[in-house]
Design a protein around this ligand. Sequence first.
Ligand SMILES: [Zn+2]
Length: 84
Amino acid sequence: MGRRRRRVIKVVKKALPKVYSCPQCGTISIKISVKKENIAKIACGNCGLSYEYELNTNKAPIDIYNDFVDKFLSGRLNLNDGKD
Ligand SMILES: [Zn+2]
């Protein structure tokens, strides 16, 4: 039984989640789409939270999302709520 076995390495492609949880309403309804080369739009399908994100580099959606949540939680987002 001198048969050599080739080791088969399976490459599992992990699909990135396409939706993210919303920092405002808590549902998994955030979608990130790239509108132009340097503008990504983040929008929640549940509560309507939306934000346009300017890309400086080729960021992955998860990075954009993390940045967005970070900004949201620290109150640095200028959302179009209008005046107070
Ligand atoms: Zn929401």
